[in-house]
Design a protein around this ligand. Structure first.
Ligand code: PMP
Length: 283
């Protein structure tokens, strides 16, 4: 069965799927995206993804290409045509196709791409061992809360992490505080045993997994602080971990080569991962 993508109204073979060279996503990264996990044929936390998608469109002043119901139908159809039960949906909406000009084109229809990919779960050995992160200066723009296509600093950071044998890069702002990972949210368990993650704001993407894990931690009556934490504090933390749609909850055991919490995944990360996996069965 060949892979099928949806591109601007058509379902086509993935290897032939293409957008126009004047697509503003291609020229200006003038668009937004979402990545949603498919588990057992269901979209996980779909409502939160819809809300973030619609917010990103509003903030970018891109009109909705179609109703939520219509877009849901397209996504379900791409999943069905690809026969994927476990994987991810990638949904991208750009401002559209128009002659290159920085100013928004007057009459333009947003361009929509939907693809689906079968994915394997993250290697359980990695989860059991925990991963390394490196720290890098956060050189991104001031609206990281928008899930825009403009990911060059994130791409550069992830590549640097990979080249240094690390799994992720934590980005550090000018005050020495961790904002988030290149494609994940960053968490610590402070020396006092409080779960800490940065408050949602323009400096970070408010991860859907972040929101779900916060709700699970609240239900577990864990002590939580949504606040900034410095790299220095992270280095002294009892635990560290990252969250995202593809990683769920992933323990971090080294930051810049320095061991965190004895170099082993801790109980908070383990528990929250278990709760998150259970949550996915009903989300
Ligand atoms: N921060 C950034 C910069 C990201 O790209 C992602 C993944 N899209 C996240 C955080 C995690 O978000 P989510 O839990 O919605 O996948």
């Amino acid at each position: 069965m060949s892979r099928i993508a949806y591109v601007n109204g058509q379902y086509i073979e993935h290897r032939r799927a293409a957008v126009h060279i004047d697509d503003r996503g291609y020229q200006f990264a003038d668009g937004i995206y979402e990545v949603v996990a498919i588990v057992g044929g269901r979209l996980i936390d779909a409502e939160l993804h819809w809300q973030r998608l619609e917010r990103s469109l509003r903030e970018m002043k891109i009109s909705a290409p179609m109703s939520r119901a219509a877009l849901s139908h397209v996504i379900a159809e791409v999943i069905r045509r690809n026969g994927v039960a476990d994987g991810i949906v990638y949904l991208q909406i750009t401002r559209g196709v128009a002659p290159r000009d920085h100013v928004f084109p007057k009459k333009v229809r947003p361009a929509v791409v939907v693809t689906v990919k079968r994915t394997k779960p993250v290697d359980p050995k990695l989860v059991a061992r925990g991963v390394d992160v490196i720290s890098l200066p956060d050189i991104r723009w001031g609206r990281c809360d928008i899930k825009s296509l403009s990911l060059l600093p994130n791409v550069m950071a992830k590549q640097a992490a990979k080249e240094q044998g690390a799994y992720e890069a934590w980005l550090v702002d000018q005050d020495g505080n961790v904002t988030e990972g290149s494609s994940t949210n960053a968490w610590i368990v402070s020396a006092k045993g409080t779960l800490v993650t940065r408050k949602a704001g323009p400096e970070i993407l408010n991860g859907v997994t972040r929101l779900a894990v916060l709700a699970l931690a609240r239900a577990e009556k864990m002590k939580i602080e949504e606040r900034s934490f410095s790299l220095k504090e992270a280095l002294k933390a009892k635990e560290a971990f990252i969250t995202s749609t593809t990683n769920f909850v992933m323990p971090v055991v080294r930051i810049d080569g320095k061991t965190i919490g004895g170099g082993k995944p801790g109980p908070f990360a383990r528990k929250l991962r278990e709760h998150y996996i259970a949550h996915m069965a009903t989300a």
